[in-house]
Design a protein around this ligand. Sequence first.
Ligand code: PGA
Ligand code: MG
Length: 226
Amino acid sequence: MKFKALAIDIDGTITYSDRRLHFLAAEHLRDLGIPVVLATGNVLCYAAATSKLIGLGGKVISENGGVISTGFDTKPHISESMEECEKAFSYLSSRFDLIRLDGDLRKTEIALRRNVNADDLQTSLEGAGFSIEVIDTQFALHIKSKKVNKGTGLEKMASLTGLDVSDFIAIGDSVNDREMLELAGYGIAVANADPGLKLIADTVTSTSFGEGTVEALEILRRKSFF
Ligand SMILES: O=C(O)COP(=O)(O)O
Ligand SMILES: [Mg+2]
């Protein structure tokens, strides 16, 4: 089997646990020979800068699928989910001590510091009738639309680049990578991944963080997957 592209998470997957970029993983990604899409819960400029600094082509899924860009000089595709997230944030703000991240940079979802419990926020929102989800990636909390995720982002990226989601291999570490791994033709979770992600992955590496990605790419090469 041959795959045509790789979609890979940033934080916790091509980094060390403290978020420093894992240089060897970055180098292997740069030399992969197939397009590499960076898929992150972080903002577009973070994803684009990471892609540029690694030496990739600027294809990114950011804000957990809310903002997609197919290159450095192209107009991003932005989902319309901020209004509901703002309402949910405003409701939660009067009940919890929330610290909002990335100020004006976010276009489709709201990120928070992890000083509060995601389940508590979710329960509060459900009690008030909001159809909004709160996820904890281990790096930040995200108040986001249930209709937008890295899987829908992958679908959009695939259609914009003339590929099918099954043409992609996906690698990730967290709850926000679930839909992307489910949709991709082949999914790998690194050893530090969320237990739920490991359950749905086709392969789980024995090593963690960026080292896990280096291992994953070796496994894929051995299988002649690209
Ligand atoms: O922004 C986050 O919370 C985590 O980012 P990631 O999706 O690159 O791991
Ligand atoms: Mg991650």
